[in-house]
Design a protein around this ligand. Structure first.
Ligand code: ADP
Ligand code: AMP
Length: 209
């Protein structure tokens, strides 16, 4: 099962990807999480990526494609993988088609007006990356999954979110048509409650098996 999960920043890709990866026993590959780990560890990739990420811009295609090309070959991808946050440009999608074309694409659809609130209120676990929202945290400051500290991502400020949404419209949204032309798009209403969105994703994925 080789799946791509598409959607604007804040659409709920990470939230759904964690649940899907667990249920279907596939590897969850979040390029954003991998890049943030590289920044933390101050690797050459992290050092190159940081400036782009802080400004809400995309990291250059060649760097991200190389990262994914290596990651999908690992042992834990034998049963399949779920790509979250990749591809983000047509060039990345074309590269993926050469490496390992996806079987299906889930497109989590959420109106732009909801995204700002979702992103500025998001808190993520510094250890495992699990996303939360201040509206439902009831003051909790640690991750319910691994007890890691919950942090406010540096790019989840109102200012940077605006830039990220513009980048999505210009560079990532065209991927919907790209995959539509290949008959691979499955739209999911991302404005519903988390469990309802998950049920809709499972319906699509169960149909593939
Ligand atoms: P993405 O990975 O697409 O950027 P996340 O999964 O991190 O998005 O979700 C962004 C924010 O929206 C988080 O704070 C998350 O808790 C919240 N969220 C995700 N899905 C839903 C949903 N269906 N309804 C309400 N809030 C959601
Ligand atoms: P995310 O965690 O998916 O919201 O990604 C956070 C940031 O990481 C993005 O704003 C980009 O700067 C960078 N990034 C993540 N995935 C990609 C990708 N596929 N291509 C380019 N940049 C990426």
């Amino acid at each position: 099962m080789k799946i791509v999960i598409l959607g604007a920043p804040g659409a709920g890709k990470g939230t759904q990807a964690k649940r899907i990866a667990e249920k279907y026993a596939v590897a969850h590959i979040s390029t954003g999480d991998i890049l943030r780990e590289n920044i933390k560890a101050q690797t050459p990739l992290g050092i190159q990526a940081k400036g782009f990420m802080d400004n809400g811009q995309l990291v250059p295609d060649d760097l991200v494609v190389a990262l994914v090309a290596d990651r999908v070959q690992r042992e834990d991808c034998k049963n399949g993988f779920l790509l979250d946050g990749f591809p983000r440009t047509i060039a990345q999608a074309e590269a993926l088609d050469k490496i390992m074309p996806p079987d299906a694409v889930l497109n989590i659809d959420v109106d732009t007006s909801l995204l700002l609130k979702r992103l500025t209120g998001r808190r993520v676990c510094a250890k495992c990356g699990a996303p939360y929202h201040i509206d439902t945290l009831n003051g909790a400051t640690s991750c319910s999954l691994c007890d890691g500290e919950l942090i406010h991502r540096a790019d989840d400020t109102e200012e940077t979110v605006g830039a990220r949404l513009k980048v999505y419209e210009a560079q990532t949204k065209p991927l919907i048509e790209y995959y539509q032309a290949k008959g691979k798009i499955n739209d999911v209403d991302g404005t519903l409650a988390i469990e309802e969105v998950f049920a809709a994703c499972c319906k699509v994925l169960d149909g593939l098996q």
